[in-house]
Write a protein that binds this ligand. Structure first.
Ligand SMILES: Nc1ncnc2c1ncn2[C@@H]1O[C@H](COP(=O)(O)OP(=O)(O)OP(=O)(O)O)[C@@H](O)[C@H]1O
Ligand SMILES: [Mg+2]
Length: 434
């Protein structure tokens, strides 16, 4: 059997992992590649392969039809026999079975215990409960679980279980239509049309991004994507360089440091598992290297310790303590400092002149994470860090570090103190852009 598959799917056949998760938008080639890979394996040796979904009302809901088509395409009609509910390789006795996970009673689930490879198609629809049943049932030594999905919501159970923090047993890979060399021209046309008509929807349907379900996200994915694509080079002679430091609060949070110069974010750095002394040391080194005009540190949690150390080391002129919970510069519009900083960040992203973000891992997720609401006085309030973490499984550390670079009002005065000429535009009365 000589299969032709997009390079993106090589690992299906070449790498040994318990979990292989491929996600992305329409027409990425996932279903075809999974079917072809499974047929390749089932033709070469005896395997029991289960194709599962959350619920499978009839065999028509399954990938049975696709497998049958590919068998025919590869002229394997003599090798495979299509039964009503299964497909069997007559030569080596490999077998494909098709199941709905939630339709299993205790007896029935046992039929999955000898499975070598389990394919979960449309895995975004698998519930936490179904996953709890399925995962331990696939227990044959060396068994693999392959998952293909198009993310629906930010917190799809499978995404949280496997992809948020993939371990060494897990392969997570994104594939979109432009990675699929066999993508039909009509599909590409549809994608281009939606990109022009409705970019948010395009990002979900064709780029595999989850939907921003609620209207109430402060920052939209579109704004972040645009900033990732832009090319902006700020002039350090004319723009103030500001550093934001968001110190990890819990064991699995990251310390994030952001360097922004006007409309360009030069760097976003993340560090795991540093203590306060190490964070202070890192910040001190960065100050010496980049000479930012100000460094804004979140002192709400452990950051207070970092701040104290930097004070003691003689950085009092540069380092500013920012408390997310404190009063905003404009308390009539913002519940607290954090809401105000994030709103400035949003305005910066939406400004007419282009702004630029570096494409670091997690940047889209973090910036689009917080939901916003308004209190009874009509002031903007941001979803609390702890609530975001509960909802999504991660806290938006990169976003907080970037927001911290917007902590200061009247930054132009600071620039003037350094006799740096001003060049910029007002977004509103509280923020000045360079
Ligand atoms: N190996 C291949 N040989 C020929 N055509 C292919 C192959 N792989 C993909 N295609 C073409 O690309 C199209 C999209 O592939 P596929 O349906 O596998 O994508 P998908 O990622 O599963 O997307 P969807 O979310 O739309 O199901 C197919 O309809 C088919 O026309
Ligand atoms: Mg598919």
């Amino acid at each position: 059997m000589n299969v032709q598959m997009a390079r993106a799917f090589n690992e299906l056949l070449t790498v040994k992992k318990r979990y292989k998760l491929y996600y992305g938008g329409r027409a990425g080639g996932k279903s075809f590649a999974f079917a072809d890979s499974l047929l390749t394996l089932a033709t070469s040796r005896k395997l029991l392969i289960a194709c599962v979904r959350e619920v499978q009302n009839s065999i028509k809901d399954s990938v049975y039809r696709l497998l049958a088509d590919r068998i025919h395409f590869y002229k394997l009609d003599d090798v495979y026999r299509l039964y009503e509910d299964r497909i069997v390789n007559l030569q080596n006795k490999s077998k494909f079975i098709f199941k709905g996970i939630m339709e299993h009673n205790a007896q029935n689930i046992k039929s999955l215990e000898g499975v070598d490879i389990c394919w979960c198609e449309e895995a975004q629809k698998i519930s936490a409960l179904a996953w709890e049943i399925l995962d331990p049932t696939i227990r044959k030594p060396g068994a693999e679980i392959w998952l293909s999905l198009n993310r629906e919501e930010e917190a799809d159970p499978i995404w949280k279980a496997l992809a948020l923090k993939p371990d060494e047993d897990t392969l997570v890979k994104k594939v979109n239509f432009y990675d699929n060399p066999y993508c039909p021209a009509e599909m590409k046309k549809l994608a281009a049309k939606m990109k022009a008509d409705n970019y948010e929807e395009y990002l979900h349907v064709w780029e595999g991004e989850p939907r921003n379900l609620a209207e109430n996200h402060l920052i939209g994915r579109f704004e972040v994507y645009r900033a990732l694509e832009n090319n902006v080079t700020a002039n350090p002679e004319q723009n103030a360089l500001i550093m934001g430091v968001d110190v990890a609060r819990f064991g699995d949070d990251k310390t994030a440091i952001c360097l922004r110069c006007g409309r360009q974010v030069l760097k976003i750095l993340t560090y795991a598992k540093l203590d306060v002394v190490q964070v202070a040391q890192t910040v001190a080194n960065l100050i010496r290297q980049y000479r930012p005009i100000r460094v804004c540190i979140d002192v709400g949690g452990l950051g207070a310790g970092v701040y104290d150390i930097l004070m003691a080391q003689g950085f009092a002129e540069t380092v500013i303590a920012v408390n997310f919970g404190y009063q905003a510069d404009n308390p009539e519009r913002f519940v607290n400092k954090r809401a105000e900083m994030w709103a400035r960040l949003r305005d910066w992203l939406r400004a007419e002149l282009p702004v630029n973000l570096p494409n670091v891992e997690g940047i889209v997720e973090d910036l689009t994470a917080p939901q916003m609401m308004f209190d009874y006085l009509g002031r903007l309030q941001l979803e609390a860090k702890a609530d975001i973490k509960k909802r999504l499984g991660h806290s938006p550390d990169l976003g907080d570090a970037l927001a911290l670079t917007f902590a200061l009002q009247n930054i132009e005065l600071l620039v003037q103190q350094r006799l740096v000429p001003l060049r910029g535009e007002f977004v509103d009365d509280s923020v000045y852009l360079f």
